[in-house]
Design a protein around this ligand. Structure first.
Ligand code: HBI
Length: 96
C-alpha cells in the first residue's frame, strides 16, 4: 500500500507543478505536450519510459503525431501520491 498524498502537499501542487493540472473527475495529474514532430514526441516518450522504470512508477499516456498526453496517478494508493509528484517533476526536467 502506498500512502495517499497529504492534504498539505495536495494544496501545494499548483506551486510544485505549475504546468500540471488535476484531471477532470479523477485523482490524477495531467499535462499535455506538443513537439515539432513525431520523432521528437517519441524520443520524449522513450526518455519518460526510462524514468518510469527507474522510479518503478508508470504513466497513463497517449500520443497523436507530435502530441503527448500524460496522466499520473498511483494505483496502489487509489489516487495521487508522492510518487506522482516525483515522476511529474522528473518529466518536467526533461524539457528544454
Ligand atoms: N505505476 N502509476 C503507477 N501506480 C502504481 O501503483 C504502480 C506503478 N508502477 C509499478 C507498480 N505500481 C508496482 O511496483 C507495484 O507497486 C504494483
Amino acid at each position: 500500500m502506498v500512502e495517499p498524498l497529504s492534504p498539505a502537499r495536495r494544496q501545494a501542487l499548483p506551486d510544485l507543478l505549475p504546468h500540471w493540472s488535476l484531471a477532470a473527475g479523477r485523482d490524477a495529474l495531467c499535462r499535455r505536450f506538443q513537439f515539432r514532430d513525431f520523432t521528437e514526441a517519441f524520443g520524449f516518450m522513450a526518455r519518460v519510459a526510462l524514468l518510469a522504470e527507474k522510479q518503478d512508477h508508470h504513466p497513463e499516456w497517449s500520443n497523436v503525431w507530435n502530441r503527448v498526453e500524460i496522466a499520473l496517478t498511483t494505483h496502489d494508493a487509489g489516487g495521487l501520491s508522492e510518487r506522482d509528484i516525483a515522476l511529474a517533476a522528473a518529466v518536467d526536467a526533461l524539457l528544454p
